[in-house]
Write a protein that binds this ligand. Structure first.
Ligand SMILES: [Zn+2]
Ligand SMILES: [Zn+2]
Length: 244
């Protein structure tokens, strides 16, 4: 790991930019590829009823491409902040410290993104920024990236702001980023791979599922959470069926 970080610290800026773009393009392709496989594998368990998901149009492709570009820009900016010392990364943490770090990043980002999402539903912000994502009430894996550019940037900048305030471990941060993509994929895959019994399991029933986020696309008044149902439960934003 030290060798890789030393390489990143000394690499020319054009190479950093290219790596950031390659990483984010790979995330998009991986998400769409794995999501497509899951959608076929669990095609008999659609989360939005039996109506067919409309085909991908040019607008969705353009918005997804813009999100990949902006996420790459955020990655590049993050690397520059790290090289300048504004972001510091711990590399020598043990297993327990790494795990704690990962859980802390999940918790803090879950709270912050929940607040950001609730604000995005205030009518002026919704009309200006968040409606773009809600134009697609039958989510598919690509919908994860179909965002207004301002919304894509706001999530990225929130992440960088957190890293500027908190010295994360390299592995905890990497695990969180993978976890974030996984939950984004799960929320937009369009099918429910988890069994119905999931909702009755202790603790796990507070974890967001595919049906949960699809429910938000169908009814904008509920299910604002990203990774957990905790904040929706606390602020009464769960539909009655999920409160039982
Ligand atoms: Zn969504
Ligand atoms: Zn929303």
């Amino acid at each position: 790991m030290d060798t890789f970080l030393t390489f990143l610290r000394g690499a020319p800026l054009w190479l950093l930019a290219l790596l950031a773009l390659a990483e984010n393009t790979a995330i998009l392709l991986g998400t769409v590829g794995i999501g497509g496989w899951l959608a076929r594998r669990f095609g008999d368990r659609p989360v939005v009823g039996s109506d067919a998901v409309p085909p991908v149009d040019a607008t969705q492709v353009m918005l997804a491409a813009s999100t990949v570009f902006l996420n790459s820009l955020v990655t590049f900016l993050g690397l520059l902040l790290w090289r300048s010392g504004s972001i510091r990364i711990r590399v020598d943490a043990g297993v327990a410290a790494t795990l704690l770090d990962f859980l802390l990043l999940v918790f803090v980002m879950d709270v912050c993104m929940y607040v950001l999402h609730r604000v995005a539903h205030f009518p002026p912000f919704f009309r200006m920024i968040h409606r773009t994502h809600h134009n697609y009430d039958s989510p598919r894996p690509l919908t994860l990236f179909v965002l207004n550019p301002l919304e894509a940037l706001s999530f990225g900048l929130l992440w960088l702001a957190l890293l500027c305030c908190y010295d994360a471990t390299w592995l905890g941060m990497s695990l969180y980023l993978a976890f974030n993509v996984l939950f984004g994929l799960v929320g937009h895959v369009g099918v429910e791979p988890l069994p119905d019994s999931w909702k009755r399991l202790p603790l796990l029933r507070y974890v967001s599922t595919s049906s949960f986020h699809a429910g938000h696309h169908r009814d904008e008044g509920y299910n604002f959470g990203f990774y957990t149902l905790i904040w929706d439960r606390m602020f009464g934003a769960l539909p009655r069926t999920l409160c039982e």
